[in-house]
Design a protein around this ligand. Structure first.
Ligand code: ADE
Ligand code: ZN
Length: 357
């Protein structure tokens, strides 16, 4: 929707149109169902069913991951990655995302013989094409897959650093390194060498934790691995002293409330999610979708459902959007420009809302 548009809006419509940042979104988890089916057919990967709605219902994080890994396995070539990057940015732009930092997790592809250079170049090419069409910008975070262990993580970081030194095509899109996948039976501190290598090569650092692991594990991602932010960080809320510390230090958490219901099964309903308690405690808790195409979500819905469930006003949701800018890895000038844009467009949208919103 253009800022010049007129007419009344519902809160959900205004939040869909509001320019937003997203810092926790797995590019593979944005793959359109039709693309999953087409790539699976073309690349000879049998799917248990082509009705993906049947597959996309999960009893736990690890159950979700087995489906996520299947979806990932459909990506067999540089062109597949390019198509994914292109469609992913188009779909997010349609719901107001103007800037994203997107995870990709290539462990299984590298283990199967794909080259990291091709994955990066393909993704970057697709993203650049969608960016040119929509103006929605996306940068990349190379995630290590905990299920493949620390040695594979270090190997990926080493190759990424080499690509950066060589100025390989598309590698300037990759601004950070993180880790995701299962938290069960994995001590994330064992990834310390990979994190050190990533920091030495100049990458920003983040990591999934606390989706399915205790608050001490969340603290270790910051204190041992040197991460600047934590993806999910949900279990932090069970440790009040740690909450105070994270709030005081403004350590960002990339929270995904609807994913925590649909993937982690951490709460029976959105109304029981601690997102409002996290915000009230002063945590820099941002809003994100995680794996939107595999959970029937989009960023506009994420904002609207949180606003409606917890009674946030439009102005409060704009503050959350601005916190996304603060938590991002944009430079100061980039953050300033994006904040200005959000404020200007938010004022135009607010004028079209009922006085109660
Ligand atoms: N990979 C994709 N989505 C994930 C999530 N929510 N947690 C851990 N790993 C993931
Ligand atoms: Zn995630």
């Amino acid at each position: 929707m253009s800022a010049a548009a007129t007419g009344r809006l519902t809160l959900a419509q205004a939040l869909d149109a509001l320019p937003k940042v997203e810092l926790h979104c797995h590019v593979e988890g944005t793959m359109r169902p039709a693309t999953v089916v087409e790539l699976a057919r073309r690349n000879g990967l049998p799917l248990p069913t082509e009705d993906l709605a049947e597959l996309y219902s999960y009893g736990s994080l690890d159950e979700f991951l087995s489906v996520f890994w299947l979806v990932q396995s459909t990506l067999a070539s540089r062109d597949d990655w390019a198509r994914l990057g292109y469609e992913s940015v188009l779909d997010a732009a349609a719901h107001g995302r103007v800037y994203g930092e997107l995870f990709f997790t290539p462990a299984r592809h590298l283990a199967a013989g794909q080259r990291l250079a091709d994955v990066v170049a393909g993704l970057a090419e697709g993203i650049a094409a969608a960016e040119a069409e929509t103006g929605s910008v996306a940068m990349l975070i190379a995630d290590m897959d905990r299920a493949y262990g620390p040695a594979a993580g270090l190997q990926m970081v080493t190759e990424l650093a080499e690509l950066r030194r060589a100025g390989a095509p598309g590698v300037d899109r990759v601004i950070g390194v993180g880790m995701d996948s299962t938290e069960l039976g994995v001590d994330s501190r064992t990834f310390v060498d990979a994190y050190r290598a990533a920091a030495t090569a100049g990458f920003r650092l983040t990591g999934h934790q606390g989706e399915n692991s205790p608050p001490e594990a969340v603290a270790a991602v910051v204190d041992v691995l040197g991460a600047e932010r934590v993806d999910h960080g949900l279990s932090l809320v069970t440790d009040p002293a740690l909450v105070r510390r994270f709030a005081a230090e403004r350590i960002p958490l990339t929270v995904c409330p609807n994913s925590n219901i649909r993937i982690a099964n951490a709460f029976p309903a959105l109304g029981e999610h601690p997102f409002p308690a996290m915000r009230a405690a002063g945590l820099l808790a941002t809003l994100n979708t995680d794996d939107p195409a595999m959970t029937d979500l989009d960023l506009g819905y994420e904002y609207a459902s949180v606003a409606e469930t917890f009674g946030y006003s439009f102005a409060e949701m704009v503050t959350i959007a601005l916190d996304g800018v603060e938590a991002s890895w944009l430079d100061d000038a980039g953050k300033r420009a994006l904040r200005d844009r959000i404020r200007i467009e938010a004022d135009l949208l607010a004028a079209r809302l009922p006085a109660t919103a």
